[in-house]
Design a protein around this ligand. Structure first.
Ligand code: CA
Length: 393
């Protein structure tokens, strides 16, 4: 759940505004602090939350940036559904088997879907977020990004702390305030988080049972239908000119009449209503998606996101990759390949940062320089071709 900036870790930065003067930042924070107090948050919680707050250029920059290029679906999928996340998901399914089965029984949401969502949102609880929520949200609000919305989210977050559910110092988050293993916004947490381990606290940061059950509760409330497949890859007749779009659903019998078959050669489901999506256009893979795909979309409003969760859940179940390749001659990179790319950029003198697999503005600049040197168009995009060039392949 990332306030529509899906794949924000991959999106790249073009700063649009100048930074505000220090004096206006201080008066803005003072104003937000007053709003939080007048919302009824106890002064001791407010004091602790605002202690040491400073202007955070990174939070403001992230809240104001627009991607330099639209992340291609094959980059997005290569990053989110990579071998490491599939392997880690397998381990987590075994380690938390009892919890996942109990949550599945209680909410009727498939445990492989829950594991996939957990893996994408927080890398199975390993990724805490780079920001301290009580400091990031005033920065974002004062930076000009939807000040009312982010002030309200801050107030909701402090209510969660005041209720004793999570500790203030545990509130690591995205720049936008999505926190914990399910990356709920504070207002979503207040509506939908549940205490599943029975300790009386709803702790989606430190409790795996609470986090998984809270995600399941979200999906159930959004209309998840137990036992309904999210969707599946299909092959279309070459002459296909019928409806496209997940909202243009039709019974499976209608799709069979249109000549649609499953890409893996297995039989179509016997019932259900599905819409057709083609995320990369007519020459890429196509999918029939159900109402449950729409439920995944409601968690983070991007079809690419819902597809990543659905596909990762299938991979965790032991199924293979897509049958139709993405229409590109420069495929996207896994997280391990991104690290390798950075190592090569360092070795060739283009990049002085850390090889952490995160493609930020500095890495982008380094990729551009390497692409230029190789006679490629300097897009800054981390792809297979520049990786191969640097590796000497
Ligand atoms: Ca609990």
């Amino acid at each position: 759940m990332k306030l529509s900036l899906s794949a924000s870790t991959m999106a790249v930065a073009a700063c649009l505004f100048a930074t505000p003067a220090a004096a206006s930042f201080e008066s803005c924070v003072k104003n937000i602090r007053a709003q939080v107090l007048s919302a009824g948050i106890k002064p001791d919680v407010v004091n602790a939350a605002f202690k040491g707050i400073a202007f955070d250029e990174k939070a403001v920059r992230f809240s104001r940036t627009q991607p330099e290029y639209r992340t291609a679906i094959w980059d997005y999928m290569a990053f989110l559904v990579d071998d490491l996340r599939i392997a880690d998901g397998g381990k987590m399914l075994r380690r938390h088997d009892k919890t996942l089965r109990a949550v599945e029984r209680a909410y009727g949401v498939d445990r492989y879907i829950l594991a996939a969502l957990w893996g994408v949102e927080s890398d199975y609880g390993q990724d805490e977020g780079d920001f301290f929520l009580p400091h990031a949200l005033p920065n974002v609000a004062c930076g000009g990004r939807k000040p009312g919305v982010f002030t309200t989210e801050l107030i909701q977050a402090l209510r969660i702390v005041a209720a004793g559910d999570v500790r203030l110092q545990d509130l690591k988050s995205s720049w936008a305030g999505a926190f914990g293993q399910t990356q709920f916004m504070p207002s979503t947490y207040r509506r939908l988080a549940v205490d599943f381990d029975g300790d009386g606290r709803r702790d989606t940061i430190r409790s795996v049972p609470d986090a998984l059950a809270s995600a399941a509760n979200f999906l159930k409330k959004a209309g998840w239908q137990s036992g309904l497949i999210w969707g599946f890859e299909v092959k279309l007749p070459s002459s296909y000119s019928g409806p496209v779009g997940r909202s243009r659903k039709a019974p499976i019998s209608a799709w069979a009449k249109r000549g649609v078959v499953r890409a893996d050669g297995s039989a179509l489901p016997s019932a259900g209503s599905f819409g057709l999506i083609r995320p990369a256009g007519a020459s890429g893979p196509a999918f029939l998606v159900s109402r449950n795909f729409d439920v995944l979309y409601s968690y983070n409003a991007a079809e690419s996101y819902a597809l990543a969760i659905g596909h990762l859940s299938d991979r965790l179940r032991g199924k293979g990759g897509f049958k139709t390749p993405w229409p590109t001659d420069d495929p996207g990179l896994t997280r391990a390949q991104r690290k390798r790319l950075q190592e090569l950029l360092i070795a060739r003198g283009y990049y002085k940062g850390e090889a952490d697999g995160r493609i930020g503005p500095v890495t982008i600049t380094a990729i551009k320089a390497a692409q230029k040197k190789a006679g490629m168009k300097p897009t800054g995009r981390p792809g297979t071709r520049i990786l191969n060039v640097l590796a000497g392949n």
